[in-house]
Ligand binder design. Structure first.
Ligand SMILES: *Cc1c(COP(=O)(O)O)cnc(C)c1O
Length: 405
């Protein structure tokens, strides 16, 4: 990644209103194409699946260098369909992170199976392979690593404990990538979509490739699994009104596909802009001398990070205070995620204590997401960094810094 151009670093001008995400800036650059695409759908009279969805499936699969793309109604449904297609049954165990969005785990009990929460690597926030290994039992039927914030999890390690393991029983464990935040992310130059049985994409508007509503896609190199997913997303129906399986209704709308077909050609440009914004944060935090005070996200080697989020850590119980102060300065931030799934009310029946997953617990208390969207301006980033600097200076006396290892 190249360094940003010379920037003057002016004095803090607060109350500038820096949004966490402003979708309208992107919309303005593709407005005419989007209007034309939607009118086309209206004229075609085809509103569910159809040629726009087929085009999107082909092109997203091509972009991901995966054989098959199967559009569906959301990233959440993509995960559910993946588990259905690999044959998850009641009583099966599925290992998932606790530090993730709810949908990574909610698909599991929907099939009567048991979510087994594993802890994260504190450096990357991604599922910790060693912790997963300890939780594998004879009932484990799938593992769902999440490429959180846009950086790939250690899929080499997860393949070693499943697909590339000498034990045939281990080889049968399904490996499903939750790539909702990570379209285009790569590990060892191999994109997400090629590391397991399925990868699940989300086209929710805040994702790197976002529609004008809900949408999702399954990617797979396995033709049998692709056919199964196609069957299951359409009520298990083939041919019309003859039902082979008890599927669900999770088809992708033509409107969503039309919008996404307009946006897909820009994805690498937008990713590059996110990457440049990330580089600039590193430079700016260095400039104000905060790189040992707050913890900046870690760039792992051999990975293409697509920066769906730029998440810093504020240790020692000051995260919420910082966030409040930034909000007062009209600087948008968010917390992904404030409570691990193992602590959620709906998962209490599984019997986890908060400290069973100490890194998840700590992350949920320390993380703060800063604006990183492609169209974010340099002066806005500087406002964010200055706002954090001001807070850190004011709190130096509280002897809470520096960062714990
Ligand atoms: C957004 C997201 C999902 C769910 O996608 P939807 O399209 O909103 O259903 C699943 N997992 C992760 C990690 C996500 O960020």
């Amino acid at each position: 990644m190249k360094s940003s151009k010379a920037f003057k670093f002016p004095q803090l001008t607060t109350d500038k209103n820096v949004p966490l995400l402003d979708l309208s800036r992107q919309y303005r650059t593709i407005r005419d194409k989007m209007s034309a695409a939607l009118i086309n759908v209206n004229e075609s009279g085809q509103f569910v699946l159809g040629p726009e969805v087929q085009k999107l499936e082909t092109n997203v699969a091509l972009y991901s260098r995966t054989k098959n793309g199967i559009g569906c109604a959301s990233g959440s449904d993509a995960l559910l369909l993946a588990l259905m297609a690999v044959g998850i049954q009641p009583g099966d165990e599925v290992i998932v992170p606790s530090f993730t969005f709810f949908a990574t785990a909610s698909c599991v009990p929907r099939l009567g199976a048991v979510p087994v929460f594993a802890d994260i690597d504190p450096v990357t926030f991604n599922l910790d392979p060693q912790n997963v290994e300890q939780r594998i039992t004879s009932k484990t039927k799938a593992i769902i690593p999440v490429h959180l914030f846009g950086q790939m999890a250690d899929m080499v390690a997860f393949r070693k404990m499943t697909k590339d393991h000498p034990d045939p029983l281990r080889q049968q464990i399904a490996l499903i990538e939750d790539s909702a935040q990570a379209i285009g992310a790569e590990l060892n130059n191999i994109p997400t979509g090629n590391w397991g049985d399925f990868a699940c994409l989300s086209f929710y508007p805040t994702k790197n490739l976002g529609g004008a509503g809900d949408g999702g896609m399954l990617l797979t190199n396995n033709d049998d699994l692709a056919n199964e997913a196609v069957l299951l997303r359409g009520h298990g129906m083939a041919p019309r009104y003859y039902h082979k399986k008890i599927g669900i209704n999770s088809r992708l709308d033509s409107y969503q596909a039309a919008v996404l077909n307009v946006k897909l050609p820009y994805i690498d440009i937008w990713t590059k802009m996110r990457q440049q914004n990330a580089v600039r944060y590193y430079e700016m935090f260095d400039k104000v001398g905060l790189t040992n005070t707050i913890r900046l996200p870690d760039l792992q080697s051999n990975r293409r990070h697509v920066w769906n989020q730029f998440v810093i850590r504020i240790p020692d119980g000051l995260r919420n205070a910082l966030r409040e102060e930034l909000t007062e300065h009209k600087i948008g931030t968010d917390i992904y995620y404030p409570l691990g799934l193992h602590q959620q009310e709906c998962f209490q029946y599984l019997g986890y204590a908060a400290n069973d997953l100490p890194e998840t617990l700590r992350a949920s208390e320390e993380v703060l997401a800063l604006p990183i969207f492609p169209e974010l301006r340099i002066d806005e980033q500087w406002t964010v960094v200055q706002g954090i600097k001001k807070f850190c200076d004011a709190n130096e006396g509280r002897k809470v810094f520096p960062v714990a290892a």
